[in-house]
Write a protein that binds this ligand. Structure first.
Ligand code: SAH
Length: 243
C-alpha cells in the first residue's frame, strides 16, 4: 500500500512537524496514532517517517530514511490572471503535472477587478499547490510568485528558454520549440518558461513585447483552447519531451 504523504512546515535532521489544518485533519479525521508510518516531505527531500507524537495542533514525525525524490519539471508557467475559479483549476492541474513554479501576471486583457484582487489571492493559490502536491505525491511544492505586470516578467533577465503560447502561431509547434531547446542545452536539461494568455488572448502590443524580448511563439494546434486546457496540454507536451 502506498503511504500517505505529508509536507512538513518545520524539520531538523531527525524529526519533522506539521501544524494547522493538516495536523487537525490527521488527528481528528484520520485518527492517526503514534507509530503510524507515512512519507514526509521536508525541505524538498522525502522521508519514510513514523508518527512520534500527535495533537490536533501539531504532529511530530521521526524521520527514518530518505527516499528518492522525483524532481519537478524545470518549467515556470507564466499564467495571465483570469477568472479565478478556472485559473485555480489550472494551478491545481499544473501542480499534478509537475510544474516547478507559477508566475501569475497581469495582462492587458486581465479583468481589472481580478488584477486588483490577485495579490490577496496568492495565499489561496499557495494553499492549492500544497494540497495538490500532497495529493499527487510530489516531493516539492511549486513556487507561486507574487503577481506582477506582464511587461516586467517578459523583460526580466532569464537564462531559460522562453516560449509564448499563441493561437495565431501557425508554423512553430510547442514540440518543435522544445526539441530545439533540448538540442541547444546539450547534455543539460533545458529550463523553460512558458506563457499562457488570459481568456481574451494576448493583445497585439503584448505579442510584440514578447517578440522584442526573445520569446519564441509556439502553437498547441489549430484549435483555440481555454487557458486552463492550454496549461495542461503544454505541461503534458513538456513532460513527454523531457521526462
Ligand atoms: N483569443 C482567443 C482565446 C485565448 S485562449 C479568443 O479567440 O477568445 C487563452 C490562451 O491560451 C491564449 O492566449 C494562448 O496562450 C493559449 N492558447 C489557446 N489555444 C492555443 C493554441 N491552439 N496554441 C497555442 N496557445 C493557445
Amino acid at each position: 500500500m502506498t503511504r500517505r504523504r505529508w509536507i512538513a512546515e518545520h524539520w531538523d535532521e531527525a524529526t519533522a512537524t506539521i501544524v494547522g489544518a493538516q495536523a487537525e485533519h490527521m488527528a481528528r479525521v484520520l485518527r492517526t496514532q503514534p507509530g503510524m508510518e507515512a512519507d514526509v516531505v521536508a525541505g524538498g527531500h522525502v522521508f519514510h517517517a513514523e508518527v512520534a507524537a500527535i495533537t490536533p495542533r501539531e504532529v511530530r514525525f521521526n524521520l527514518i530514511a530518505e527516499l528518492e525524490a522525483d524532481p519537478a519539471l524545470p518549467l515556470t508557467l507564466v499564467l495571465a490572471i483570469y477568472k479565478f475559479d478556472r485559473m485555480e483549476w489550472a494551478i491545481e492541474k499544473a501542480t499534478e503535472l509537475g510544474v516547478a513554479a507559477i508566475a501569475p501576471v497581469i495582462a492587458r486583457r486581465t479583468e481589472k477587478h481580478l488584477a486588483e484582487a490577485a495579490e490577496k489571492r496568492t495565499e489561496r493559490w499557495r494553499r492549492i499547490v500544497i494540497e495538490s502536491s500532497q495529493q499527487s505525491r510530489r516531493s516539492d511544492v511549486p513556487l507561486i510568485h507574487e503577481p506582477a505586470s506582464l511587461s516586467s516578467r517578459v523583460r526580466a533577465a532569464s537564462a531559460a528558454t522562453r516560449i509564448v503560447l499563441a493561437e495565431q502561431e501557425r508554423t512553430t509547434t510547442l514540440c518543435n520549440a522544445l526539441n530545439e531547446a533540448v538540442a541547444a542545452a546539450g547534455t543539460e536539461m533545458p529550463t523553460l518558461e512558458i506563457a499562457i494568455g488570459p481568456e481574451g488572448g494576448w493583445a497585439p502590443e503584448e505579442e510584440a513585447l514578447f517578440d522584442a524580448n526573445g520569446w519564441r511563439a509556439a502553437s498547441l494546434g489549430p484549435r483555440i483552447l481555454r487557458a486552463e486546457t492550454a496549461a495542461i496540454a503544454a505541461l503534458a507536451v513538456v513532460a513527454s519531451c523531457l521526462e
